[in-house]
Write a protein that binds this ligand. Sequence first.
Ligand SMILES: [Fe+2]
Length: 511
Amino acid sequence: MALFREYSITERCLGPVSQLADTPDWIYTLDNPYLHGVYAPTLNEMHVDNLPVSGELPADLVGAYFRNGPNPRFQPRNRHHPFDGDGMVHGVYFRDGKASYRNRHVQTAALAQELASGKSISPGVMGPFDYNISRFGIKDTANTDVLWYAGDLVALWYNAGDPYRLDGNDLRTKGHFNLHGRAQTRMSAHAKVDASNGELLFFDYGDEPPYMTYGVADARGNLLHEVAIDLPGPRLPHDIGFTQHYAVVHDLPFFHDMNVLRKHGYRVLTFHRDIPTRFGIIPRRGQSADVRWFECQPCYILHVTNCWEEDDWVVMDGCRSLNPMPDAQAGEGKLASMLAYMRLEANAYRWRFNLKTGEVREGDIDDLNTEFNKSNPLFHGVRSRYAYHQRIPLLHEGGHTLRFTALVKYDNDTGRSSQWDYGVGVFGSEAVFAPKPGADRSCAEDDGYVITLVTDSKDWTSNCLVFDATDIAKGPVARVRLPQRVPFGFHATWARGEELYAVRQILEPAR
Ligand SMILES: [Fe+2]
């Protein structure tokens, strides 16, 4: 293990220096902190029912929490970045006061190719990009986002790859996810489902024109609308927002130099502090020319909490970063290039755009460093107040990128928050809001549960925590002991029991 002591940051990644039995042996031959400790992949795929519970699972907690994340199957052929691992979905299912767990890799085309050859084939984001191996230049892992749409889970990749459909009940990969009537197959992570009508609002982006498209599909997987969004060049947008009548697309001044990518096969990212951030507001079925752009202070934004309309205004809550570049002086050192565009120095923020006058108002909701912000999905598109973030201490606070130390509930109208610390050495996952069965917008916005997964780096146990959303600070009302260690991950979603457990098939199999 001496190799890993080369990095001071590694000590904080590892937890106790011991070999984990559920990981592949090859990770111990690699001098890369993002393959160890909370980042270490698991070899296990399992299904276990009747999990032990501390506290009491609410009878009206019916549905499942799903979380996607990177879990590399084979030893990487280039320098491993934490974005690169093969997608693996972990699911915790709740019903009748009991809980079950299941996890499976997303069987992507790239993983199937590697399983057939017994080794890693595609390069990862550290490059060099190779378009002879993958049309994306790197491996499409479907490891970033997961959402419930048209009767299936959909696994999505941040780099706008080919999404996959998974059976929500057994996590089996059914195949590619293609919308009927859409020739293009790429779709970015953070497509959004409008709970009021089941519509899917999505976008994709890439290095060649059109640099972004935006589209809408109905609740049954049929494309309704798709248009090109006019951007000045290739960008790395990560999310969109929507209101009852509009979608909000992002043009962020944090992007890579295409000449370097073409010549050398590497993405070199720069945050252009002299270029304003722009948000484009387009009617949900609008044309390219209908986009109204609003210029804001230069920033990067990963995740939108919610958007809505107030008279002439469109309001957008999210987390804003003024410093998305890695800081070589702050201890990241030689890892700095690896950490590019995964820095999460961000805080809760509100933008307001006046559709009549073009005025922009923006400002902090709070200055605490948080991200992976979620809210009640029933209120997406309409005015909402509460959000559930992950606390991410900064490096000088002893923190580390993508390690979540607490759940923070915000009242975005007042900036007040309440918090539950996961505990020393315990790290969380993105939390989701679970509405109660039959709940709709007539219910109180925080009448439901907040669910997350935590992994304890002291003994490598993992638990699923269930909070009463009205009172996060009192701690979880139930704690479900999972049958294995769950590595760190990215995004999560909630599937409501009335949809997940109903035997029905909405979306036709991909052809
Ligand atoms: Fe994301």
